[in-house]
Structure formats: C-alpha cells, structure tokens
Design a protein around this ligand. Structure first.
Ligand code: FMN
Length: 346
C-alpha cells in the first residue's frame, strides 16, 4: 500500500473502531414544531425532489467517504446498491489514490454498475492547487469517467490537513483554482467542507464564481480532528495526538452553516446539509431550515461494512423517518418543508 492508500484504509478503520464524533450534535438544538392537525395522509407524501437537473427518490445523498484501497470496493458496492434502490445520490471519497495507482480505479468504479441518479466525483481542493488548472481539468475528466460522475466535488479539508501529521496545509490560491475549475469543467461543480462548515463570508466569495452548489459539511458529526488524533496515537506521535484533541470540536455547526450559506447566496445555490445527520428526523430538520438535500457519511459506514441488507435497512429506516417527520409537520412534498415551524436553540 502507498501512503494515500493506507491513509484511506486507516480513516475507515478509525471511524469504525473509535468514537470520532464531535462532542455535541447540533441537530439536537433544532426542533420541528409539531402540527397536531397536519391534514395530509402519510402514504401520499411525495419524497421526490430534483437536484442538479436529476430526479431523486428522496432528498438524500450518501456523502463521499471511500475508495482507494481494496476493501473499499465492497463498501462502495453496498452503498451503491442502496443508492440505486432508493434512487438517492452517492459520492465516493477522494479519488487521488486511483490517479496515483490505476489498479485501484475499480474500488470507486464499482458504483458504475448501479443505476444511481447523482454520482459525485471527489478531490481535495489543495490537490487542484498543486496540479494547476490544465492538469486539474485532465485529472477531473479521469475521475468523472472512473465513476460516470454527473457532479464534481472539490473538498475543503484544511482542518484535517492542519492536524494530520503528513498534512499539506497549503491554502494559497485555492479560491482562484476553484473559480477557474467552475468556469471550465463540463459538469456542475460543488464545493464541500468535510466537517468544519462554510461561513457567510466564504459562501459570499464562492457565490461570485460559477459553482453549482455548496455542501456545508458542518461540525457536529464526524470530526476529522478526532480521526487524526487516533491515527497519531497509533504511531505514538504525541504532538499530533494532542493537536487532534485540541481541535476535536472545531468548526461551524451544520445548522448554523446552512443558515449562513443561505443568507450569503440569497438561497439561490443548492445547499447540501452534511455533518451529523444520524436519521431521517435530522434530515427533515435540515430541509426545514433551508437545505435542499441531506448528506450522510458516518450513519451509513458501519452498515456498509456489514453488507447489502444492513445498508438497505438503514437507508429504508432513514427514508421512513423522514416521511414520518414530514407527516407530523404537515408537509406532503419536499418543497413544503421550508414552511415547517422550527425552533432553534443554537
Ligand atoms: C471514513 C471517512 C472518509 C471520508 N473521506 C472523505 C473524502 O475523501 N472526501 C470528502 O469530501 N469527505 C470525506 N469524508 C467526509 C464526509 O463526506 C462528511 O462530510 C463527514 O463525515 C460529515 O458527515 P457525517 O457526520 O455524516 O459523518 C469522509 C468521512 C468519513 C467518515
């Protein structure tokens, strides 16, 4: 295994074996107001929605997590089967490993065998700065072909880079690289955080580019500082073990980030709410405060390592919980979720 490959493997292993969640989940600070007279029938609720020109069976996305080491193929395959069954979106993890080592392509490409309405390619934003514009466009095409992607995601992960012992905390030139990529790439470009959230100011800057959407990737769920804390511990690196602990809860809470991004973009750019979504009720809360879709990583990782049936069971439960929450607020379609009453305690 090369360094990128073993890092990907360790991220999954640490996420499964240790508690790497933020100490507080901010979805607990958002309450939907019960509607005692909803005047709709639960089985008539329409969960379908449109995102980036595609129809989804429910406003849910399996957030990009993995690929790039052999065991990831099965995880991605189980996730893909569930994405096909429920017609929801699916991302893969950073595809850098497969660009470095083409025999790993299949660990991502396995999802091509399934009929998934939205497939998100993924690469770290610091990587596109290092490559430069021409090489980025070349590599982007390879990543798109690898999974037949119809959306391209570039991920901001500077929290992870700064606490990781082998991290590359080079952020200079990142905005311009994203701006140019958005202008020249053939499919919609989404900018995604990976657990530290997007602020009003960053969203305002991004809204002046041609990006097609923002995945807020806020704090409250998986903490990459926590993952790096445990990885450093494994190799007795006390400095980074400590840094991971110090920054464990760093970041903008996901619900706050949705509100900030919405305000900054006049609610014109699609918002994906990833970060701490544990169930269909959290997804409903995200829709009620203005997100277009909810993204989940941690909630689906364990089921996906167990098998197809566990993954399908989990997604089915999430969809049913979302439907139940919609019934209880009286929303018979996704667009009506923004009218649901919400109490915020953040
Ligand atoms: C094991 C693991 C690997 C991840 N790898 C990536 C990645 O390569 N690219 C990315 O954009 N996000 C990555 N993420 C971040 C998730 O997409 C998501 O933003 C984050 O985990 C918060 O969601 P959650 O609280 O539902 O886990 C990863 C998450 C996990 C758990």
């Amino acid at each position: 295994m090369n360094q990128t490959e073993s890092r990907k493997d360790e991220h999954v292993r640490v996420s499964l074996e240790k508690d790497v969640s933020a100490h507080h989940n901010y979805w607990d600070d958002v309450k939907l107001i019960h509607n005692a007279l909803p005047e709709i029938n639960k089985n008539e609720i329409d969960l379908s929605t449109r995102l980036f020109g595609k129809k989804l069976g429910a406003p849910l996305i399996i957030a990009g997590m993995t690929g790039g080491f052999q065991k990831a193929k099965k995880i991605n395959e189980n996730l893909a089967m569930a994405a096909e069954k429920f017609q929801i979106g699916m991302g893969v993890g950073s595809q850098r490993s497969a660009l470095e080592k083409p025999d790993l392509k299949e660990t991502y490409g396995v999802i091509k065998n399934y009929d998934i309405p939205l497939r998100f390619a993924n690469i770290g934003a610091s990587q596109i700065v290092l490559w430069g514009h021409r090489k980025t466009l070349e590599n982007a095409q390879k990543m798109i072909d690898m999974i037949d992607a119809n959306v391209f995601v570039t991920c901001l992960n500077f929290l992870q880079e700064v606490v990781q012992f082998e991290g590359e905390a080079h952020a200079k030139g990142c905005f311009n690289a994203i701006k140019k990529l958005a202008e020249d790439i053939d499919i919609p470009l989404v900018v995604k955080e990976s657990g530290a959230g997007i602020s009003y100011d960053v969203a305002s800057r991004l809204s002046k580019t041609k990006i097609a959407g923002i995945d807020v990737g806020g704090a409250g769920g998986t903490s990459f500082a926590a993952i790096e804390h445990y990885r450093a511990k494994m190799i007795n690196d006390r400095l980074h073990e400590r840094g991971g602990k110090t920054f464990w809860d760093w970041g903008i809470p996901t619900p706050t980030s949705i509100l900030e991004v919405g305000e900054a973009t006049n609610w014109k750019l699609p918002i994906i709410a990833t970060g701490g979504i544990r169930n269909g009720l959290d997804a409903a809360k995200a829709l009620a405060i203005g997100a277009n879709c909810a993204g989940m990583a941690h909630a689906l990782l364990k089921p996906a390592t167990k098998g197809k049936d566990s993954t399908i069971f989990e997604v089915d439960a999430i969809v049913k919980e979302l439907r139940a929450a919609m019934f209880l607020v009286g929303a018979d379609k996704i667009s009506k979720m923004s009218d649901a009453g919400v109490e915020l305690w953040i």
